[in-house]
Design a protein around this ligand. Structure first.
Ligand code: HEM
Length: 218
């Protein structure tokens, strides 16, 4: 075989990422600008942050549930299975963008519900942010494991690339959503246009992916 032979594998990551972005941003626009009352001037940062965080969650969920879904007998197309790595890495990059944007937005005037009247953060906001930070750090370590200089330490790499480690990150991500959102989830009368909060949409995606993973992992 000559050196120039290229084995092309089907990979739909670009298309999947594009559609996940359209869905996530579209949902954020529909819920907060069209059905809700958030002014359009808040689109580039506040609403974009919500869309990006939802897209991150969906991409990461695809990353850990497509293989198990295939094992369960649902024929997942090869182009989707080959896309898993790119989906995971893009999901992680979106989490980074979300964290940076959230750091800048984290003020009582933006997120009144996360603060007490004396300006300190509430217990639920504290638990939510702790889980978010820990989740992000674990996802970071998983991404580092793809660096070649670490891949010499086999036992370490096996641990951090194990599905259990990724699921820990996602469980912490789910805790991040739960503590921040559960009060709103339980009050459908307050949902703009009857549309569930983004935190709930992301949580449902995760729970579905997690159940698929539990039953379909090998
Ligand atoms: C340093 C780490 C993190 C910080 C500081 C952070 C901060 C925040 C904040 C302030 C919100 C509220 C956004 C809003 O309502 O507009 C939020 C929501 C959210 N975060 Fe994070 N987060 C972090 C990590 C993560 C990670 C690792 C994930 C995914 C695995 C994630 C996914 C989400 C999602 C899906 C929402 C729901 C958005 C909504 O309901 O509006 N976050 N985060």
């Amino acid at each position: 075989m000559s050196n120039s032979t290229v084995i092309s594998k089907k990979n739909y990551s670009g298309m999947i990422i594009a559609w996940v972005c359209v869905f996530s941003l579209g949902y954020a626009i529909l819920r907060y600008h069209i059905a809700g009352t958030v002014p359009w001037k808040d689109f580039p940062f506040f609403i974009m942050n919500k869309g990006i965080s939802l897209a991150a969650f969906i991409l990461l969920t695809f990353n850990f549930s497509l293989g198990p879904l295939n094992n369960l007998g649902v024929k997942v197309p090869e182009g989707w299975l080959n896309s898993r790595k790119a989906l995971g890495m893009t999901g992680f990059l979106f989490v980074l963008i979300h964290a940076l944007m959230s750091f800048m937005l984290f003020k009582i005037s933006v997120y009144g519900k996360f603060f007490e009247t004396d300006g300190t953060i509430t217990l639920m906001a504290g638990l939510s942010m702790l889980a978010g930070v820990l989740s992000m750090v674990i996802l970071w370590v998983i991404n580092l494991s793809f660096q070649t200089y670490l891949s010499e330490d086999k036992a370490f790499i096996q641990f951090i690339t194990s599905r259990r480690f990724l699921l820990t990150a996602m469980l912490l991500g789910a805790a991040h959503l739960f503590f921040m959102g559960y009060k709103g989830w339980l009050d459908p009368s307050g949902w703009h246009g009857g549309l569930p909060p983004i935190s709930l949409v992301a949580f449902v995606f995760f729970t579905t992916g997690y159940v698929i993973n539990l039953f379909g992992r090998k």
